[in-house]
Design a protein. Structure first.
Length: 318
């Protein structure tokens, strides 16, 4: 799935990382460039901690997280949009109204809120039936519970789409009981972490069905994440992360991430934007002249991205 996460505070990068952990392609956005620039290191630290805790058995997540500075480029191709900005009615309301006009008409829009009324948050959203409240519980990665809070106008189809997506990630949707949101204690988080590690260990890297042991919310049918797997590249693995129309064929320097086509990399350079993966400035290393390495094709790129062949690299200065 293609998912957009809005907000790079405490929860947003965790949501983005969890989605990428389970193979989704994620774009994350924030109005604050410093907050956006911090996402890459936050997720890298999360990966390291997950490996130490026995919850990640390979170096990277299956999916990829792209840090986007433009809202339209973040949401225009998303299947799901999960908003996690600060708990402010006017900020959320204005943002989600704008987003609903920038994304596809069938994109499901979820808002993460502790106490705001979803009907009010989504008041300005176009096609309101696809909007709902959806709150991931910190620290997200090994927490199975996700709170769902439908608005009065939320359709059953939208709720079903969210349920199917999250259950494939091993999540369990629950409705809030009473007026107070569920906030897990440190002890409860540790219990869930230990349970997830046990489930992964028992699966031996093979997809299996397991019964959750979380009281009250337990049910069968969710799929355990695999330890490590190989998969055939999909169009999402090779398409440009900006325009989604052309193939990724450009290595950004100095970070050497391949995430855009040549045309979009030039556009990023011209508007002084950073790499969508690590947010580093696109520069020519020790040179004061910014440049990009244009990759036409290569065998190594084929292995990583599914691009047919690599024969040579051209160095292009702007």
């Amino acid at each position: 799935m293609k998912v957009a996460v809005l907000g790079c505070g405490i929860l947003g990068p965790k949501i983005a990382g969890e989605l990428a952990y389970h193979g989704h392609r994620v774009k994350i956005w924030d109005v604050s460039i410093p907050a956006l620039n911090a996402v890459y290191n936050i997720i890298e630290d999360d990966k390291k901690q997950l490996r130490e805790d026995g919850l990640l058995f390979q170096k990277n997540f299956v999916g990829q997280v792209m840090c986007m500075s433009r809202l339209e480029e973040t949401v225009n191709d998303a299947d799901f949009i999960f908003e996690a900005v600060k708990e402010d009615m006017e900020i959320k309301k204005d943002l989600l109204e704008r987003v609903s006009h920038l994304c596809r008409g069938d994109t499901v829009i979820g808002s993460c809120t502790l106490r705001l009324k979803i009907d009010d948050v989504m008041a300005g959203v176009m096609n309101k039936e696809r909007s709902l409240g959806l709150r991931f519980l910190y620290p997200v990665y090994y927490i199975p519970e996700v709170e769902i809070n439908p608005a009065s106008f939320t359709s059953q189809k939208s709720m079903q789409r969210v349920r199917l997506m999250l259950e494939k990630m091993g999540k369990t949707l629950f409705f809030r009981s009473g007026n107070h949101p569920l906030i897990l204690s440190e002890e409860q988080r540790e219990e869930r972490k230990a349970l997830r590690a046990e489930q992964l260990l028992s699966s031996s890297g093979i997809p299996c069905m397991f019964e959750k042991k979380i009281p009250v919310l337990s049910h069968e049918g969710n799929t355990a994440p695999v330890k490590e797997s190989r998969r055939d590249p999909t169009p999402a693995d090779t398409e440009c992360g900006i325009c989604m129309n052309r193939v990724r064929d450009c290595l950004l320097c100095p970070c050497h991430h391949m995430i855009t086509c040549y045309e979009c990399s030039k556009m990023l350079h011209n508007r002084r934007d950073g790499c969508p993966i690590c947010r580093k400035d696109i520069t020519g290393g020790h040179s004061s002249l910014p440049f990009l390495m244009l990759c036409h094709s290569s065998h190594n790129a084929m292995l990583v991205l599914g691009i047919p062949e690599i024969k040579f690299f051209n160095l292009l200065f702007f």
